[in-house]
Every structure is written in structure tokens, then in C-alpha cells.
Design a protein around this ligand. Structure first.
Ligand code: PMP
Length: 401
């Protein structure tokens, strides 16, 4: 008998499992709106032209070798990533108060951040919004933190429960860590306004709460890189400390390359140096050092003005296509006279629409219409096209009537 005979079958991941089910469906009309990856109007994955150009350059450069990177990754990538998220003129960067380390995309950045905090920060509790990306509680718990929640989304208004958020952060113990989605909150698509961010900042600073930003969608929300980093920059501008996990999965389409960065903004260059030395001790026994290819692509694009500009144009095109899908779906439901107020479809921000459909309605749409999405009613707008909007609108209409 196997020494593993007692191992029980684990459930599929609630998000990635949607694709597993989709792949098994033989229907020609099937539609995968589960996974958060960009698709073209033809429903195909997209490699940005600027990424192809950068890769070509890298391949042609015979001086490049396959040696290990340092534990914290490619130095130029780290520097350019910090500039991208904090702004080129950020005083924190100019004063060398930021330490940035290359990590395995957004997830790896969050995990390294969690383990660093568990070892070196006095308060182990992290507050995460309800709802949030399903992997957050697992990453933070396994990273050694204790997870609590704060109110975020109000199903009644399909908007922000701002009062609840302020109350919950207001009663959090001083020093607690707070996970904030920098923009394009996943799964709700609901972000605070700049005025609300300012109130959140004041409350958090007055209580000494430590902000940990998850930035998985910079540029993908509005199509503008600086605008999507505003929340973070407000917290850096006040001179206080904060942590940021950055992902290049969505905004450069580098999903499988696993390229991201983790930064800690400190109060002084001296602290930042010591913090960096400890981040190395977190990373070394975990995966030793990060992969070269994705970080080299990012550095090639960010260092070159012409490539950077081409990137911003392609990024805006992706964001704009998502926004236009919102309008097409909204119009299609209105044209069908589907009962209910669907204006949240055009108000929500980023890749996802939190439709408000319940798990029975989702199950109905999967069974009768072969439409796949997470059971919380979240649909990826990036998986839609003008061709498939009518099918989705028909399904939603049937599900709610
Ligand atoms: N945070 C949020 C909110 C996300 O939506 C995602 C991707 N779905 C991530 C982090 C991490 O993604 P990755 O590890 O692929 O960068």
C-alpha cells in the first residue's frame, strides 16, 4: 500500500478551477469569464508588440548569459519598478528610503512581504477587505500573519461601504497591517474616490496602521499608469511607511513569466538598507533568487523612452477595450429590458464586473448557457467580445427573469 494512501482529493482552486471545468465542456458556444487574463476581441491571449520587440532585442544580445541573478533580482528592474509605482520624482526614491526586490509576480511579492512582517514587525494582524482576491487570506496566513477583515463592499448599493470601512479600521488595534487594493479592486471593481482615499489615509496614519498595497492592475484600470498609482502615492507623500506588491502580469501581459516587485518605503536610507538585508534572508531559503527573463523584458521596456511609450499605447488599448465591453453589456441588458439596475456594470473599475448574480444564477448560466465564472458572480470583462456579449446578455436575462 502507498505511504500516501490516506491523502484525500483536494478541491479545485475556486478561480483556476473554473478554467478546468470550462476546458471539459464540449459546447462550441462556451465562454470562459472566470480567469483574470486579457483576451483580444477574437478571444485570444495577447502578447504585447512591445514585449515581442524587447524579447527580440534580448535574444540578439549575445553578451547575455544565464547566470543566477542576485537574491533580490535584477537591480535595474528594481529601480525602474520603484519609479513606475512611486513616480520618477518621488522624494522617497531620491532620498534612498525605498528598498525594492524582484519577486515572483504579485503573489510572490505578497508572500515575501508577509514573511518579512511576521519576522520583523511588532503587530502580526493584517486586515483584508470583504470580499477580496481569494488567495489573500491563504498567502498571509501561510506567511505567518493573522488575518482579520474590514467591511468594504455593500451588496445593496453595489458600491463601497465607506462607513463600515472607516468604522472597522477605526477600531483596529494600533499598528495593525491593512491590505489595500491600489486600484481596480478584485473582485468588486469598486474603488474609493480620491477624497475617500484621503480620509482613509488620515485615519490610518492617525492610528499608526501600516498600509500594505497590492498593485496588480496599474494602468489596466484607467489606461493611465500615474492615475492608477495615486492611492499609493498619497500614502508615500506624507512621509510615512508603506509596503507595495507590484505585478506585471496584467499590465505587460507577462502572466506566466512571474515578474513582480516588492517595495518597502522606510523613514530613512539607513533603515531601508537593513530592511533589504533581511528581505534577502526571507528569499534565499524560499527560492534562492528570481528568474531572469521577465525582469529583463520589463527593464528593457522601462529604460527606453520609445518602448515605454509604445507600452503605454498598448496598455491603454487593453483598458479601453475592457471599458467598451462594459458599455456593450450594459446596453445589451437595457435593450432586453432585463429587470434591475445594471449601472454598476459601467461604474465598476478594472478587469472585473461584480454582477450581483448569486451562486444559483451562476450555476444556471453555466448549465444552460455554458458560461463559466466564479460562483460569487464575478465576470472578467477582458474575456468578452462584441461577438459574445449578446450570448452573455441572454444568459443574464434568463437567469434573473
Ligand atoms: N492581487 C490581486 C488583487 C490579483 O487580482 C492578482 C491576480 N489575479 C494578484 C494579486 C496576483 O497575480 P500574479 O501573482 O499573477 O501577479
Amino acid at each position: 500500500d502507498s505511504v500516501f494512501a490516506h491523502v484525500v482529493q483536494a478541491p479545485e482552486d475556486p478561480i483556476l478551477g473554473v478554467t478546468v471545468a470550462y476546458n471539459k465542456d464540449p459546447s462550441p458556444n462556451k465562454l470562459n469569464l472566470g480567469v483574470g487574463a486579457y483576451r483580444t476581441e477574437e478571444g485570444k491571449p495577447l502578447v504585447l508588440n512591445v514585449v515581442r520587440r524587447a524579447e527580440q532585442q534580448l535574444v540578439n544580445d549575445r553578451s547575455r548569459v544565464k547566470e543566477y541573478l542576485p537574491i533580490i533580482g535584477l537591480a535595474e528592474f528594481n529601480k525602474l519598478s520603484a519609479k513606475l509605482i512611486f513616480g520618477a520624482e518621488s522624494p522617497a526614491i531620491l532620498e534612498n528610503r525605498v528598498t525594492t526586490v524582484q519577486c515572483l509576480s504579485g503573489t510572490g511579492s505578497l508572500r515575501v512581504g508577509a514573511e518579512f512582517l511576521a519576522r520583523h514587525y511588532h503587530e502580526r494582524t493584517i486586515y483584508i477587505p470583504v470580499p477580496t482576491w481569494g488567495n489573500h487570506p491563504k498567502v498571509f496566513t501561510l506567511g505567518g500573519l493573522s488575518v482579520k477583515t474590514y467591511r468594504y463592499y455593500d451588496p445593496a448599493t453595489r458600491g463601497l461601504n465607506f462607513q463600515g470601512l472607516l468604522e472597522d479600521l477605526g477600531s483596529a488595534p494600533s499598528g495593525a497591517i491593512v491590505l489595500l487594493h491600489a486600484c481596480a479592486h478584485n473582485p468588486t471593481g469598486v474603488d474609493p474616490t480620491l477624497e475617500q482615499w484621503e480620509q482613509i489615509r488620515q485615519l490610518m496614519r492617525s492610528k499608526g496602521l501600516l498600509p500594505f498595497f497590492d498593485s496588480a492592475y496599474q494602468g489596466f484600470a484607467s489606461g493611465r499608469l500615474d492615475a492608477d498609482a495615486q492611492s499609493i502615492r498619497m500614502f508615500v507623500a506624507d512621509g510615512g511607511e508603506c509596503l507595495v506588491a507590484q505585478s506585471y502580469a496584467k499590465n505587460m501581459g507577462l502572466y506566466g513569466e512571474r515578474v513582480g516587485a516588492f517595495s518597502i518605503v522606510c523613514k530613512s536610507a539607513d533603515v531601508a538598507r537593513r530592511v533589504e538585508s533581511q528581505l534577502k534572508l526571507v528569499i534565499r531559503p524560499m527560492y534562492s533568487n528570481p528568474p531572469i527573463h521577465g525582469a529583463s523584458i520589463v527593464a528593457t521596456i522601462l529604460r527606453d523612452r520609445d518602448m515605454y511609450n509604445e507600452w503605454t499605447v498598448e496598455l491603454k488599448a487593453m483598458a479601453d477595450r475592457i471599458i467598451s465591453m462594459r458599455h456593450e453589456l450594459f446596453d445589451a441588458l437595457r435593450a432586453r429590458g432585463t429587470p434591475g439596475d445594471w449601472s454598476h456594470i459601467i461604474k465598476q473599475i478594472g478587469m472585473f464586473t461584480f454582477t450581483g448574480l448569486n451562486s444559483e444564477q451562476v450555476a444556471f448560466m453555466t448549465k444552460e448557457y455554458h458560461i463559466y465564472m466564479t460562483s460569487d458572480g464575478r465576470i472578467s470583462m477582458a474575456g468578452l467580445s462584441s461577438r459574445t456579449v449578446p450570448h452573455l446578455a441572454d444568459a443574464i436575462h434568463a437567469a434573473v427573469t
